[in-house]
Every structure is written in structure tokens, then in C-alpha cells.
Design a protein around this ligand. Sequence first.
Ligand SMILES: [Zn+2]
Length: 301
Amino acid sequence: MRWFLFLLAACAGAQVFDAVPQKPEQGQVVKVTSDKAVSARINDRTIKLFPQADGPALGLMPIPTLEKPGKYQLDFLDSSGAVLHSMEITVADAYYPRENLTIAPQLSTLKPSPGEQATVGKFRDTVTPERYWKEPFDAPVPGCVTSPYGSTRLHNGKLTGDFHAGIDQRGAMSTPIHPITPGVVKIVQKWNLRGGTVAIDHGQGVESIYLHMSAFQAKEGQQVTTSDVIGYIGSTGRSTGPHVHWTMYVNGVPVNPGQWMKLEPCAAGSHPAAPVHHTAPKAKSTATTPPTAPPAAAPQE
Ligand SMILES: [Zn+2]
């Protein structure tokens, strides 16, 4: 019996179950690592862990912006779905600000192109096994941030019930836009709401999308790195001036890119003149919701 207990302890000691950070803010990502688990779960969101060349398997658990601050249980699962290990994760309030936008009537009544919402919805729910992303990530343009991630959005003083799911960065018309990390181009489209759009799959649940472009450089299916140009800053779609709106998704959830790269806010005095725009309306969810999809109440865009 003593021998058996010793063996059990030795085996348990060799197992890796880790999560960083264990006190994430709303909108951040928890890196989940294990040499035994194949997936991890908080509430009804389950994410896959992928084998890595240089260590234990890694999965990225997004904490949605609207997740209530407090304690959550992170479960490490085996291939049968059995819980191998559990850990407490404490979500901290990120205190995202409120932001009012003045939207002209002709912009607020713009409708998405046929297929626009469905194509983006399908893109963000896709998780591919090959990893292209690598840290550190880079901002897509050098310009300062005119509108940060996570702010509660009001249109003409009215709450929209939504928040800014991406970053707006200022830039002169035709400024080159680069991907935030290597990946494969999945979408190159001219759409009514988003305007000139490029979307990139960085693999293992990481994706990014860039809107309002004036022209494209990338082609669908192309492999790109951060030194490639994918397109150019414009003001197409629902936009009031030249800027790039871009969103980073992790396992289908828009997350705060500030955790992954350095972003400079524009000086406070320059803000009123800054080009701003909408948040695109929610992508319609499909009838079959995959287990990794955000709950219905979660922000979509
Ligand atoms: Zn934006």
C-alpha cells in the first residue's frame, strides 16, 4: 500500500496542469498547458489543447469582455471528457470605459452585404490545428489607438448593448497594413458594413480581421508574415474617416490585443477629431452552436 501511494505521488508530480495568468482581466486570454489533458473548460466553453514542439500541449482560454468578475473553475479534460484536474481562475474587472459615437443616419442604416455576417461568423468559429502564430505580436499599423478594445458603445447617446470588440488605429489613407502575426489569409472581400476586409487564420484558435481597407494586397489562401502587406488603410463600409478597425479572436471570442502587444493611445486632446465608426452588428449565429462558441449574450463583433 505504501509503495502504491508513493507511485501515485510520483506520477502526480510528473503531470503538468498549468494556467497563466490565473487572475485574468475581462478580455484577456489564459494560456492553459498540460502534458495529459487534451482540452480545458470554464463553464460551457471548452477549448482544445494542441501539442507543441517545445513543451507541453497549449490551449488558449478566452475570458469574454462581459464575463462577470469573480471565481471560476478551470477543468483539465482527457479525451473522454473526464476531469483530470481543476484549478481556480479569478476574473478581474477590466473597467472598460464608455464611449459615445455620433453616427450620421446614412451610416447607421447601412445593411450588411449578402453573406457578410455568415462568412465572418463561420471564420471566427473555425479552429485549425497548425500553429502559425508566434509572440510577440505586432500592431498592424504604426498609428495611435483612437478607440480601445472593450469600451461600452453608445450611438448618439443611446446604449447599443454592445461594446467595441476591436481596436481602431489612425492612419493616413493608403497606409500599408500588416498581419499581427503570421498566418493564412482566409477572407478578402469588399462588403457593405465592414468595407474592404481581410481575415487571417493564425492557427490553433487565433484569428484576426482588418476592416475598411481602400485596397488589397493579400490573396485568399496566401501564407503571410508580419513583413507582408495585406492591404491599405481606407474608409470603406461604415466608417467616418481613414482608419483600420481590427479584431483579434481567440477560440471564437474577441479578446484584448493589449495583452499581446504594445499599443499607444492617441493623445486625449486629439480624440474628438479622430475617425471613429460603428461596431459591426452581431453576426447571426447558426442553428448548430459548437461547444467553443460564445453564449448568445456574448458580444459578436
Ligand atoms: Zn472600430
